[in-house]
Design a protein. Structure first.
Length: 312
């Protein structure tokens, strides 16, 4: 049976233990750069998978991030940022890591083989949900069982793996192959494989947020402003997008109870939260077309009033 890429020896690792530290650092850094570049090969699969994730959130379904080991840490890191960064409701995000998310530096390796609890934990899966499984090898028992249960529930299944012949791909709706080279430290998939996974996950969730209308000119317009830094960021976003003063932006944010999209529309001329909500409803949650409508309305009203004034 051919050896998996993630278990092979990297050609640059020969004699690495006898080389100067600076030379080894260059080899390690190049390994990370090469891993990052490999994600470009999966661009098409990542894009279609991200659209599926957006459809799930829009329809009220849940996203399940499921993985083990270092892949689990990458998955959890992405999932846990979706609420604060993009305002995705917490009850639509599920994180399942083999053995649970560690609370110390010890992460037992045998948990990736333990599948007994998965059936109960995934009992509520349905066709409305999307399950995202991540495994460098693509053959981790924990993720394979989760994938099997997702298929049985008719959920959308996104599989991310670094080996081309990953078993996960055989079951997936969307197969994302990240063709990283063997690790400089053979089998240590926290390195190149983990880097590629992190980039793929970041890209998936950010594309999803764009599709949902939560990003405008690179600004997170659906953030959850629950600390001093983020409240200040929310004010800057409103002033940047609308040209409003900081005082006006603060007032709009206060009136909208921290909803940045509503605040932008209020600062741009919307007369009420109801009007702002209606505009966003018409635009599918996207701020740009909603702003264009309110600005066009404001221009028309200004022109109309001027015309009326001239006539009188």
């Amino acid at each position: 049976m051919p050896k998996a890429t993630t278990e092979k020896l990297h050609h640059l690792a020969a004699g690495i233990d006898s080389q100067p530290a600076a030379d080894v650092a260059s080899i390690l850094i190049q390994g990370q750069i090469s891993a990052a570049q490999s994600v470009e090969n999966a661009k098409a699969a990542i894009t279609t998978a991200a659209m599926a994730m957006a459809r799930t959130i829009r329809a009220g379904g849940s996203l399940y991030y499921i993985a083990a080991g270092s892949s689990g840490l990458m998955a959890a890191a992405d999932a846990m940022e979706l609420g604060g960064t993009f305002g995705i409701p917490a009850d639509q995000i599920r994180i399942m890591m083999a053995g649970g998310i560690p609370t110390s530096a010890y992460m037992p390796g045998d948990t990736e083989d333990a599948t007994a609890d998965l059936e109960a934990n995934l009992a509520n899966l349905s066709e409305k949900d999307t399950v995202l499984v991540v495994s460098a090898s693509g053959s981790t028992p924990y993720t394979l069982e989760a994938a099997r249960l997702a298929v049985a529930a008719k959920s959308t299944l996104i599989a991310i793996a670094n080996n081309a012949d990953a078993l996960l791909f055989e079951m997936s709706t969307h197969a994302i192959h990240l063709p990283t080279a063997p690790e400089i430290v053979s089998g240590s998939t926290r390195m190149g494989a983990g880097t590629a996974q992190k980039i793929a996950l970041n890209t998936l969730s950010t594309l999803m947020a764009l599709e949902l209308g939560h990003i405008y000119d690179g600004m997170m317009v659906n953030l959850r402003a629950d600390n001093i830094k983020l409240r200040e960021r929310a004010r800057r976003i409103v002033t940047t997008i609308t040209g409003a003063t900081l005082e006006a932006a603060s007032a709009a944010i206060e009136k909208s109870n921290g909803n940045v999209k509503y605040a932008c529309l209020l600062a741009a001329g919307a007369q009420s939260i109801t009007e702002a909500s209606d505009l966003l409803g018409e635009s599918g949650g996207h701020l740009r077309p909603a702003l264009e409508k309110i600005r066009a309305k404001t221009r028309w009203e200004t022109t109309h009033h001027r015309t009326e004034g001239t006539r009188s």
